[in-house]
Design a protein around this ligand. Sequence first.
Ligand code: ASP
Length: 288
Amino acid sequence: MSQKPVALVLHGGAGVLAERAYDREIAHLEELAIKGRDRLARGDKAVDIAVTLVRAMEESGLYVAGKGASPNTAGRYELDASIMEGPDRRAGAVAALEGFVSPIQAARVVMEATPHVLIAGAGAADIARSHEVEEIAEPESYYTPAAVADDREIATGTVGCVVLDSEGHLCAATSTGGTLRKRWGRVGDTPIIGSGTWADARVAVSCTGQGEFFMRANAAADVSARIRYLGASLDQAVRGVLEDIGALGGDGGIIAVDSVGKVSARYNSQGMKHAIAHPDGKITAGVR
Ligand code: ASP
């Protein structure tokens, strides 16, 4: 392991049912956390690790992101994603993107190849296509919704990753198919920098849950603000934001890592699929 602390946290969504087992998802998250840990030990960059791991979750069909996304009320698959790097607060996001395997790769293109932070709809597809982000060959048969449209099924299942690399750089990435039965054109917290995703020199944060509440709480950025202005610990800051969301009537979860490798994975829903690669190399994973 490198001298400086490294750590990462992954989530596969806070929309879980108390009575259901999530063995496949947890095994998958654990496997990805091990891959991430090994890449951190080799000195790979936070942004590269975050994009690779989020893409693997998008492609798996196990979560409500990428292949596992659900259609909106108009029967369309409109996906959201965002990424942010800590050192210079560079950020990129796509909203209501249709037709691509990996929305997080499209978000990275927005961050690295444009002066913009957020591009939506057909414009997002255009920039992704012009940078050769992989298009879905047969959109009609590609998606295998992980949340079946049945009232007992989960309404949320975003994926996210936060990383502290051996250079001390933080990165956060989040990708989603959005909430179940969302309206055509609805955009949630996931592509909104400060709401669903945040990274600065202090902390990297990725959220999951009822996006409208995370937007009204400015959730991801508020984790950093609580550390900065209140002197809160990372875990206190995450709990404080979830209390605020709970007071508004919302639920969900938050993962975060700070610049010294402290990690937090909390939720006020029935659980959150997550895995952690701790600074000592230990891997932990679970739903609750
Ligand atoms: N936060 C996402 C949204 O509202 C949903 C989720 O976390 O699963 O679009």
